[in-house]
Design a protein around this ligand. Structure first.
Ligand code: FO1
Length: 308
């Protein structure tokens, strides 16, 4: 059993490779829910949906989020009523949010609903939210406090980041199955997601970091920073704004209390020795995933390394 910790789009590429490289029913994915937001009376869980839609082969390939061939008639009508359109919820995607919101209102937990949604989409891997508590990520910026989606989507990551807060995280508990999936895994893989706002929330759920330190399973992380820049999203800018070095080595330092293996891209080979001062093993391969072949190749490399 492989357990992966994942954010949204960047993680999904590797997850797709892992699902091709190993039996997908033997994979458990623990997903960030700090991106979750309530809009239009609906509970939206973007990373859970991105992972589910990607593994179902149903994701919009142009964006990496939302459903393929979706339409936006509902939002267009809401715009006619004067509502500001900044978060694009497709008509079919809305069904997921309507279903989730209705189930949560009827007293079901986020993990129960996530499980129903992934099964309905034919996904055989287990998909667990990091917690059933709602712990939205607030970005403290030079323009004030913004929900993560307001910072990323509405303001296009333009404001300068001064800090990050995971609301009510201290009272959150890991969702059922999360600590067991880490403790009992054959290997744990940290996907190449933003370490601050994608994997950061998962690692901040009380008990998660402790079980990562304790587990006998080998733990590997793949750097989301390649050659001093993030391949997708504002990871590099956020690191720089918060005074961190923008490098694979910096990402490794954020995980150095629990990972056994750090995987970097060929272009970062020169920093291998430096990283190896903090991490037991550092391996080098091509980590840029542009097509199915490169997703599968990286997944196979990671699995080979953790099994060695
Ligand atoms: N990202 C955007 O850049 N613009 C959008 O309008 C947008 C809508 C959206 C709707 C549903 C969903 O599940 C994801 C959506 N995303 C959108 C992606 C999302 O903001 C982020 O990529 C993740 O939260 C980061 O992992």
């Amino acid at each position: 059993m492989i357990t992966a910790l994942a954010g949204g789009i960047g993680a999904s590429k590797l997850l797709l490779g892992l699902a091709l490289a190993a039996p997908d029913e033997e994979m458990t994915i623990v997903v960030n829910t700090g991106d979750d937001i309530e809009l239009l009376g609906l509970y939206i869980a973007p990373d859970l949906d991105t992972v589910t839609y990607t593994l179902a082969g149903a994701v919009n390939p142009a964006t990496g989020w939302g459903l393929r061939d979706d339409t936006f008639h509902c939002l267009e009508t809401l715009e006619r009523y004067g509502l500001e359109r900044w978060f694009n919820l497709g008509d079919r995607d809305l069904a997921t949010h309507l279903f989730r919101t209705q189930m949560l209102g009827a007293g079901r937990t986020l993990s129960e609903v996530a499980d129903e949604i992934r099964r309905a989409h034919g996904v055989r891997s287990r998909i667990l939210p990091m917690s059933n508590a709602h712990t939205p990520t607030t970005i403290l910026t030079d323009e004030g406090e913004l929900h993560f989606q307001e910072y990323l989507v509405k303001r296009r990551a333009a404001p300068v980041v001064r800090g990050i807060r995971f609301e009510r995280i201290a009272e959150a508990r890991p969702a059922p199955g999360v600590t067991e999936a880490i403790r009992e895994a054959e290997a744990v893989i940290l996907c190449p997601s933003n370490p601050l706002i994608s994997l950061g929330p998962i690692l901040s759920v009380p008990g998660v970091r402790a079980v990562l330190r304790e587990t006998a399973a080998p733990i590997a992380a793949i750097s989301p920073i390649v050659g001093g820049a993030s391949l997708k999203g504002p990871t590099d800018r956020m690191l720089a704004d918060l005074g961190y070095e923008v490098s694979a080595a910096q990402v490794a330092r954020l995980y150095d209390d629990f990972i056994d293996l750090f995987i970097i891209d060929h272009v970062d080979e020169p920093s291998r020795a430096q990283i190896a001062r903090h991490i037991p093993r550092v391996e080098v391969t091509g980590t840029v995933m542009t097509d199915e072949a490169s997703k599968l190749a990286l997944a196979r490399f990671v699995l080979d390394q953790v099994r060695n």
